[in-house]
Design a protein around this ligand. Structure first.
Ligand code: SAM
Length: 374
């Protein structure tokens, strides 16, 4: 499973901003109190905006939600890059940017961007974000992008739709729907909490936007109806990464009721004009490679047999194998992209795996990303 952490310089900057709020990772009990308060707020008011005017909420988001959302966004950006999703894009709008989890994760891998716009109702969040970004680009030697921060979307600031990326990270859940300027964009990237409600709402959005001419570049491996939406009331598409912690984080978690060894999230990458398939074998786009499947479930161990939900078309299908009859069992994680080297025997809803060598994992699922140079 892919392991993702924060660059050291980002941890340091978060710590220095926490200190301006009278907090520090070195006083974890006080921080944990505010994080628990914000977590309770989100649980009791799932549709409400983050109470950014409260210092306790600022500290809780900085210390806790920013690192976790950055790691999720980073996983999505790396997969998007591998799929060639950013090809031809020149600008982005990060709507509901908050402390900038998505923009900070995008910046090191998207030097293509000429112009960025971050929009958030909360000016205090945008002030923190600006500082975090300036520090990250200095530390990583990024060429500084021309970014504007604004409390509302001003149409005259929008770059041309034909090369614009609209980003919604953990904000679709707070909105009635996507704004018209977003749906007019060439590309849309959404990251959502991995709850069933948010995840299924994202699949409904996929269905509508595909009907309007968009292509789902990821995580989907096809443009047919989503089997998780259409063939089940309970499924939803979500993915998992390992969370690379630090000693400060472990101390904080030891006094929190919530523990996160792994992080889950749902995402969707949409293009109006999908990029042509990149040449590299490991970066094919879905439509050019019908032998691709995305792993969308955890392994289910049954008596004598194992099964794992995969997605490669409109049918709800499982990869299945008999542990006693296979030389080595496949080690597949939710979110892995696999390619079938040879066609597998299918039986009802199952693709029978007799030799692990028949499948190849295309993503670098067990590598660690902490941008160690910084
Ligand atoms: C849960 S936070 C997510 C922040 C960030 N994108 C992330 O991934 O961590 C949602 C953000 O959306 C902002 N927001 C909600 N509705 C908005 C709107 N209509 N216009 C601009 N910002 C909005 C909130 O102020 C909040 O900062």
């Amino acid at each position: 499973m892919r392991r993702i952490g924060l660059p050291q310089s980002l941890w340091q900057k978060i710590e220095s901003l926490l200190q301006t709020l009278g907090h520090s990772y070195s006083a974890p009990v006080r921080l944990a109190k505010d994080i628990t308060r914000l977590s309770d707020f989100y649980i009791t008011h799932p549709k409400a905006a983050t109470p950014w005017n409260e210092r306790w909420a600022q500290a809780a988001y900085l210390a806790y939600y920013l690192p976790l959302n950055y790691a999720r966004a980073r996983a999505v950006m790396l997969e998007a890059e591998r799929l060639g999703f950013f090809s031809g894009l020149k600008s982005f709008v990060d709507f509901g940017s908050g402390l900038g989890s998505a923009q900070l994760a995008l910046a090191p891998i998207a030097p293509f961007v000429d112009q960025g716009l971050c929009v958030d109702l909360a000016s205090v969040a945008m002030d923190f974000h600006r500082e975090l970004y300036q520090n990250l680009s200095r530390q990583q030697g990024l060429s500084e992008q021309s970014i504007h921060w604004s409390p509302e979307l001003v149409a005259s600031r929008l770059a041309p739709a034909r090369s614009r990326l609209a980003i919604f990270s953990y904000v679709h859940t707070e909105l009635e729907g996507l704004p018209a300027w977003a749906e007019a964009s060439e590309a849309i990237l959404l990251i959502e909490p991995s709850t069933r409600d948010d995840g299924r709402r994202l699949l409904e959005l996929r269905k509508r936007l595909l009907a309007e001419g968009f292509t789902a570049v990821g995580p989907c491996t096809h443009q047919k109806p989503c089997p998780l939406l259409e063939s089940s009331q309970r499924d939803w598409c979500h993915h998992r990464i390992l969370w690379e912690t630090t000693p400060d984080w472990q101390r904080l978690e030891s006094v929190l009721p919530i523990k996160n060894r792994t992080l889950t999230y749902s995402y969707l990458l949409l293009r109006r004009n999908p990029p042509a398939s990149p040449a590299s074998e490991s970066a094919k786009t879905p439509e050019t490679a019908p032998d691709l499947a995305r792993v969308v479930g955890d392994p289910l161990r049954e008596k004598g047999k194992s099964r794992q939900l995969i997605c490669r078309g409109p049918e709800r299908e499982f990869l299945s194998w008999f542990p006693a009859r296979i030389k080595s069992e496949p080690e597949l994680d939710r979110g892995d992209l696999i390619r079938f080297r040879t066609p597998l025997e299918t039986k009802a809803q199952e693709l029978r795996l007799k030799d692990t060598m028949s499948i190849e994992i295309l993503n670098h699922s067990d590598s660690t990303d902490i941008q160690s140079l910084s």
